[in-house]
Design a protein around this ligand. Structure first.
Ligand SMILES: O=C(O)[C@H](O)[C@@H](O)[C@H](O)[C@H](O)COP(=O)(O)O
Length: 261
């Protein structure tokens, strides 16, 4: 039988954050061992805050070290707004995490969208795709980039990145980055990694917390109505792991696993 997505559930966000740290560092170390850097893409929403909780604590041991200088950070989706706009996922990651790195930390390489192309969403997506092409060139001269890790959120409608239920973007097969002009969640104009890029990553982790998520979690894990999050589960199988709190999966019968690597 095909191996399925891992569902890890924790009593509260602090325990979730501890496990998420272990998981991210393991993906980081594997990426560095493979190709000298850690290529990771992140979403917006509540993720940057949880990530900060996971990653900004002092290392418990040498093996527990976040090697920031080896990180290459991309955005799984981004809104077509300036970097300092309240809706910017880059701005959110910066204020929640990057600005809080301990003084003297060797900085990660961060790849925000090109703020000179904000008026033309397709051009914005094309330029971001070129950013990926340059970064992955030489290694992935193949069909798709291979991220070491994608860190994603799950919307109350089952969207992830800016891939929304029933949207035509779910049928995209060739682009790495796509433009969306009619996002049902504001703001309407965004760019997003496409589903083939998401499911091609070495690992994908979702973070979902709070009782507001329990209905959609049932649909994703039990009803299989083709929601974007469920498509990622299907495409990735055991390469996909969900880090949730108990409230988010109350009533969900899909089996939880004890967290271990
Ligand atoms: O730009 C966006 O809209 C986000 O990237 C989005 O995909 C987010 O991750 C989910 O909506 C979950 O959001 P929460 O974590 O806040 O529930």
């Amino acid at each position: 039988m095909t191996k399925q997505a891992n569902l890890y559930s924790f009593p509260a966000v602090d325990a979730l954050a501890t496990a998420l740290r272990t998981y991210v560092i393991s993906c980081q170390d594997a990426g560095i061992a493979r190709h000298g850097v850690f290529k990771v893409a992140v979403s917006g929403g509540s993720l940057p805050k949880t990530l900060a909780q996971a990653l900004l604590t002092a290392p418990a041991s040498a093996a527990d070290t976040v090697k920031w200088d080896k990180w290459e950070i991309f955005f799984a989706d981004e809104r077509a707004v300036p970097h300092d706009h309240a809706d910017s996922n880059y701005g959110l990651l910066k204020s929640e995490l990057l600005d809080k790195l301990p003084q003297g930390t060797a900085a990660p390489t961060v790849h925000p969208i090109d703020a000179d192309a904000l008026d033309d969403t397709q051009e914005l997506a094309d330029r971001y795709e070129q950013t990926l092409v340059k970064s992955f060139a030489g290694r992935d001269s193949v069909r798709l980039p291979i991220f070491d890790l994608l860190l994603l959120g799950c919307g109350p409608d089952g969207h992830t990145c800016s891939l929304f239920p029933g949207h035509e973007l779910l049928r995209e097969t060739s682009a790495w980055v796509a433009a969306i002009e009619d996002s049902p969640k504001p703001p309407p104009r965004r760019v997003t990694l496409t589903l083939p890029v998401v499911t091609h990553a070495v690992h994908v982790a979702f973070v979902a917390t709070g009782g507001g998520k329990k209905e959609i979690m049932k649909e994703i894990f039990e009803d299989n109505k083709g929601l974007p999050c469920a498509l990622v589960n299907e495409g990735c199988g055991e390469r996909c792991s969900w880090f949730v709190d108990n409230a988010a999966v109350e009533g969900v019968t899909y089996p939880r696993r004890p967290f271990s690597l």
